[in-house]
Design a binder for this molecule. Structure first.
Ligand SMILES: [Zn+2]
Length: 85
């Protein structure tokens, strides 16, 4: 199970978010040599015990079909300490 650990910017508490908690949807696609490349975006927002809002966007690109060939994580309000997404 892939996950992301994020440390709150304000109180340094570490939160763990599982990939299964994120909701993904295709946001872009492009036809290339070996078929379609699809961009998926997942996001989740949590609130730390200290009240800080932490937001995560996670993207991955599927190309060719069934293969994740690239991924990216954007975090606001926290610092990623471990990322296996
Ligand atoms: Zn906090």
């Amino acid at each position: 199970m892939s996950y992301l650990k994020i440390q709150c910017e304000d109180c340094e508490k570490v939160h763990q978010i599982k990939r299964s908690e994120m909701e993904y949807e295709p946001v872009d696609s492009e036809v290339r040599e070996m078929g379609e490349e699809i961009t998926y975006k997942g996001n989740i927002g949590i609130e730390c015990d200290c009240g800080k809002a932490i937001k995560i966007n996670h993207y991955f690109w599927e190309y060719p079909e069934g293969i994740e060939n690239h991924k990216a994580t954007e975090v606001s309000g926290g610092i990623p300490v471990e990322n296996t997404l």
